[in-house]
Design a protein around this ligand. Structure first.
Ligand SMILES: Nc1ncnc2c1ncn2[C@@H]1O[C@H](COP(=O)(O)OP(=O)(O)OP(=O)(O)O)[C@@H](O)[C@H]1O
Length: 268
């Protein structure tokens, strides 16, 4: 009889690449007050994808993210993260990072101490924590601000710290819930480019919520369009533009054609 180990070894590289990092089958969420936030959500997200979720306010995008991160459980269907059942909280806490619209930094801790926070739950020495935090601060371009306090930074810089804090634990999957929603357009575009650079260099999977179709198309390998509540994934649009994507992409015909297509799919 073949063991699980030998089966893994026998798999071809192409097959390994196809392993879904998130798999949702008929997933639904009914809150205790009886409200159905999402129903019949089916999707399979492969390692290395960058998938944006767009849809009307209240359609259940954050609810889907909370289920993926293990903050809440689905009431129906099957959810698997990295081949583990969605109820395995331990697996998820190690492998899934979360970035919110608000940078959620602790105001009394310096930038580097905020970034080190997730490492404090691991068995690491102070020197190891510092080294890893410095590494991700360099990645987000904030190495020189390690000792600053959050109030001394701009909104865009605070968001970079928040991204660094999510990256420090080296998550395989990064969930970003409208992270750039509160930023001005110029900062937002510059952070979008930064995020793509980080995504490409770290080879992780990113799931991203946004209300902005331009942002979704610029960033993603695929855009999932959701229906009004109870939310379902109405369509999934592949974005065939190559990476790295420069700022020029934003003014190309291909870009505006795809934005038009996604916007059309958002009309219910
Ligand atoms: N704990 C809860 N109990 C009851 N209803 C809830 C709860 N959390 C969310 N909801 C409802 O579920 C629906 C989906 O909420 P969710 O936050 O997932 O939407 P969203 O698509 O992320 O919205 P937005 O784009 O405005 O952030 C909303 O109608 C919301 O009021």
């Amino acid at each position: 009889m073949k063991t699980a180990q030998s089966l893994v070894q026998e798999r071809q590289p192409e097959e390994m690449e196809k392993t879904p990092i998130v798999s949702m089958h008929q997933v639904g969420k009914v809150f205790p007050n009886g409200y159905t936030a999402v129903e019949n959500v089916n999707t399979s997200i492969k390692e290395g994808e960058f998938v944006s979720f767009v849809g009307p306010s209240g359609c259940g995008k954050s609810t889907i993210f909370k289920m993926i991160s293990g903050l809440i459980s689905p009431s129906e269907g099957e959810l698997e993260i990295l081949g583990e059942s969605g109820s395995d909280q331990q697996q998820q806490s190690n492998d899934v990072g979360f970035v919110f619209q608000d940078s959620t930094l602790l105001p009394w801790r310096s930038v580097i101490k905020n970034v080190m926070l997730p490492l404090e739950f691991q068995n690491l020495s102070k020197a190891e924590m510092k080294e890893q935090a410095e590494e991700v601060l360099e990645l987000v371009g904030l190495k020189d601000y390690a000792e600053a306090l959050p109030r001394q930074l701009s909104g865009g810089m605070r968001m970079r710290v928040s991204i660094a804090r999510a990256l420090v634990a080296k998550p395989k999957l990064l969930l970003m819930d409208e992270p750039f929603g509160a930023l001005d357009e110029i900062t937002r575009q510059s952070l979008q480019s930064e995020l793509l650079r980080i995504w490409e260099s770290q080879k992780m999977t990113v799931l991203f919520i946004t209300h902005n179709v331009f942002e979704a198309v610029y960033l993603s390998t695929r855009v999932a369009v959701m229906t009004p509540g109870p939310g379902k994934i109405a369509s999934s649009v592949d974005i065939p533009m190559p990476f790295p994507r420069t700022d020029k992409v934003r003014t190309s015909h291909q870009f505006s054609d795809i934005v038009g297509k996604v916007s059309q799919n958002l009309k219910f």
